[in-house]
Design a protein around this ligand. Structure first.
Ligand code: SF4
Length: 387
């Protein structure tokens, strides 16, 4: 495996977190460039969920494409100004050659994203495809349909990689990603049980960097820092515990998360939920593609862009709040994100009915001023603390 991060093993936890933030905020994707310089190929996939095991099994680096704080100069001409930012900034990364890929896959999660691959493909020399996750997750045939859909995408991956992928390759990759799921569960457990040890912006950086480096490297990094974070000696402060909801697709700037962390302990969230979509280990025996498909449907969390009658979002949010013993919720949506804004209404009604306080806000990946958001949030926090 090619390591793409600077050597971090002798560094302090704070230095490792700072390095992860640098990687995430660099629009030139230095870790991906290093992978390519070493001769590796790259599959970029747009939000929300993609079975990265398929790319990993073929030796490709799966990279989570979720925009960047770049001016969408060329991309602005290809998407309407009334649409969310992430599709434009993601496309801009490709048009400006900041992010060089060998294959791009997106999903029809919304009216905007469903056009992304077709528009992307007009300007790049590599294939761009749509992975059609089941529209109806409740159908008897959803798992077998999705298994075949994964097989279709795997053929394309094999063409790109120039090699066949066997079931044993997939099983080995599932094992690597099971380790990653376990480590991310541990990271969220630390936040839930001792949130003063790991502020939300630091937790986010440690999670998100996994979308830009080989998963074995992410596993080694998390295995090294998580025990050291758990052993930190930090005095808890008098802050309310909140769940952050609304970061499933476009991501808020790390600086906004840092501002939230100054007045609240964020004990759970849906940031980059696709990296944690499958909540249990995937069975590595039997048919690995069917196992991945079944796990997507049966052992998974929720987001506004998956439609599953067994997972009503507002009930799932209430369960997340209760499981993390949160006092309140921050209900956000990316600007111009229709699925996110739609869901806000249902969330707010459910929180009203349950008597749980909530703060409603909006963000944009290119935000540079956080004062307004922070002042409003601090007022909300004082209300929760003192009324
Ligand atoms: S941010 Fe919302 S509208 Fe934009 S691509 Fe994602 S789900 Fe679609």
């Amino acid at each position: 495996m090619t390591a793409v991060l600077d050597d971090w093993r002798e560094r302090s936890v704070d230095d490792v977190i700072a390095m992860a933030k640098d990687v995430l905020e660099d629009p030139d994707f230095p870790t991906v460039a290093r992978w390519r310089e070493a001769g590796g190929k790259v599959l970029g996939h747009f939000q929300v969920y993609f079975p990265e095991e398929l790319a990993h099994a073929a030796g490709l680096l799966p990279v989570k494409v979720h925009g960047a704080a770049v001016e969408g100069r060329d991309a602005e001409a290809r998407f309407g100004s009334y649409l969310c930012s992430i599709v434009k900034s993601s496309l801009e990364l490709a048009l400006s050659n900041r992010l060089e890929l060998d294959l791009f896959v997106s999903h029809p999660i919304c009216d905007v994203a469903r056009n992304l691959a077709a528009i992307w493909e007009r300007s790049v020399p590599y294939p761009c495809r749509i992975l059609y996750l089941p529209q109806n997750a409740n159908s008897t045939y959803a798992a077998s349909y999705l298994r075949d859909e994964y097989a279709r995408i795997l053929e394309l991956i094999e063409e790109t990689a120039g090699r066949r992928v066997g079931d044993d390759d997939l099983r080995a990759s599932i094992a690597v990603f099971n380790d990653n799921r376990r480590l991310l569960r541990r990271l969220y457990e630390i936040r839930r049980e001792t949130p003063w040890l790991l502020p939300v912006d630091d937790a986010y950086a440690l999670t998100a960097v996994g979308g830009r480096i080989p998963r074995e490297e992410h596993n080694a990094l998390l295995a090294s820092v998580l025990p050291r974070i758990a052993a930190r000696v930090v005095k808890p402060q008098d802050r309310i515990r909140v769940v952050f909801e609304g970061g499933f697709c476009e991501q808020p700037p790390i600086e906004l998360l840092r501002a939230i962390g100054q007045s609240c302990y964020v004990v759970d969230d849906d940031l980059l939920i696709g990296l944690r979509w499958i909540v249990e280990d995937v069975d590595a025996s039997g048919d690995p593609l069917l196992n991945l498909a079944t796990a997507y449907l049966e052992r998974s969390t929720y987001s506004p862009v998956q439609h599953d009658l067994r997972k009503p979002k507002e009930k799932m949010l209430l369960a997340r709040i209760r499981a993390s013993r949160a006092d309140a919720a921050i209900i956000t949506a990316a600007k111009m994100c229709e699925p996110g804004l739609d869901e806000q209404v249902a969330y707010v009604h459910a929180l009203d009915d349950a008597g749980i306080p909530y703060f409603v806000g909006e963000f944009e990946e290119k935000m540079t001023s956080f004062d307004h958001f922070q002042i409003q949030l601090e007022t909300f926090v004082e209300n929760v603390l003192f009324t």
